[in-house]
Design a protein around this ligand. Sequence first.
Ligand code: ADP
Length: 397
Amino acid sequence: MKVLVVNAGSSSIKYQVVDMTDESVLCKGLVDRVGIPGSTLEHKPAGKDEVVIKKDLPDHTAGMQLVLETLVSPEHGVLSSMDDIGAVGHRVVHGGEAFASSVVIDDEVKKVIRECFDIAPLHNPPNLMGIDACTELMPNVKHVAVFDTAFHQSMTPENFMYAVPYDAYEKFRVRRYGFHGTSHFFVAHRAAEMLGKPYEECKIITLHIGNGGSVGAIKDGRVIETSMGFTPLEGLVMGTRSGDIDPAVVFFLMDKLGMNTAEANNYFNKKAGLLGLSGVSNDLRDVEEAAREGNEKAQIALKVYHNRVKGYIGKYMALLNGCDCIVFTAGVGENGIDARAAICTDMDFLGIKMDFEKNKVRGKEVDVSAADSKVRIFIIPTNEELVIARDTYGLAK
Ligand code: ADP
């Protein structure tokens, strides 16, 4: 069976076609500027050159229509007909407390995705637009929702509750949910294989560090805690997000800068993090470059960034009572040689000792721990699309 994986954002649609007989990726692509003049589709068939198609796409249905036409086109296509697609897997960011695993989409599932609009206003509405567009164009195949939050639903109240009046949870479901679940799931399972231990017996700390970032603490096959919370704003310092902060700073700056809630949301999500602190960029490479050139704010930003990750490793080591391995993944985790080295420096008290020579590697699955490190340190490239394709295949076949 061939599975189409769809990740629909507010103005973009990312897609892949995966052949489940050998899990090979037949093509991947990106529709950009959906609903904005100047829409494009970048389509990359495996082993062939990328093609760029320019066509105005007023909405997600028009975007998906172009994707489907491209998939079967005689020149750039990878399918002989639309009937080759056996199922479609959709990334959905928020499943609330309703879903601890992936599900076949029906009206009830769509209703829950809609109910989560309130707590995921930037993500769930476009995710649902993608689902609606695909179900309209492909009504005869199964559509599966794979949630970013599902893997973290194993958290228990002592780790998902905030210390605010209980009403906030009962009335508004205010609690920690966690995100990047498919990535934490994928690398945690690979890590267990690399440890040569049953997954259900491992203690693993997963560090998904990209433009967004989160840490997961996994014990006996279950997520105990993760650093993102009610929204993806909590936890690590990210490209443009503050991560953990004294909530009083929010009220104080709203007063001082005359911000309303929407403006404050934008400030802490889009103007903070590496970008806000360094004043240079949200891209770690730019901040590292500026720090090397002597930019003091960039140097401070990097230290805050690294220390936040170290702090979570320490916290999660305490929660797990030790750990077998820590795993670096996503853009920075897979490629950021200096960032990984800084995070793993002076961590030997916790049993973490990196081989700094082995660490000089990008985008490869490798063990970079020193021979006498009690905790293994792995770099594992993540593959969220493969998790979506596997779940979809599992539910559709
Ligand atoms: P997203 O969260 O948007 O999916 P990615 O996982 O693709 O992000 O990570 C993007 C980030 O990875 C970039 O902002 C960049 O800072 C970082 N990155 C990519 N390559 C390198 C590198 N060679 N060194 C340091 N950081 C890198």
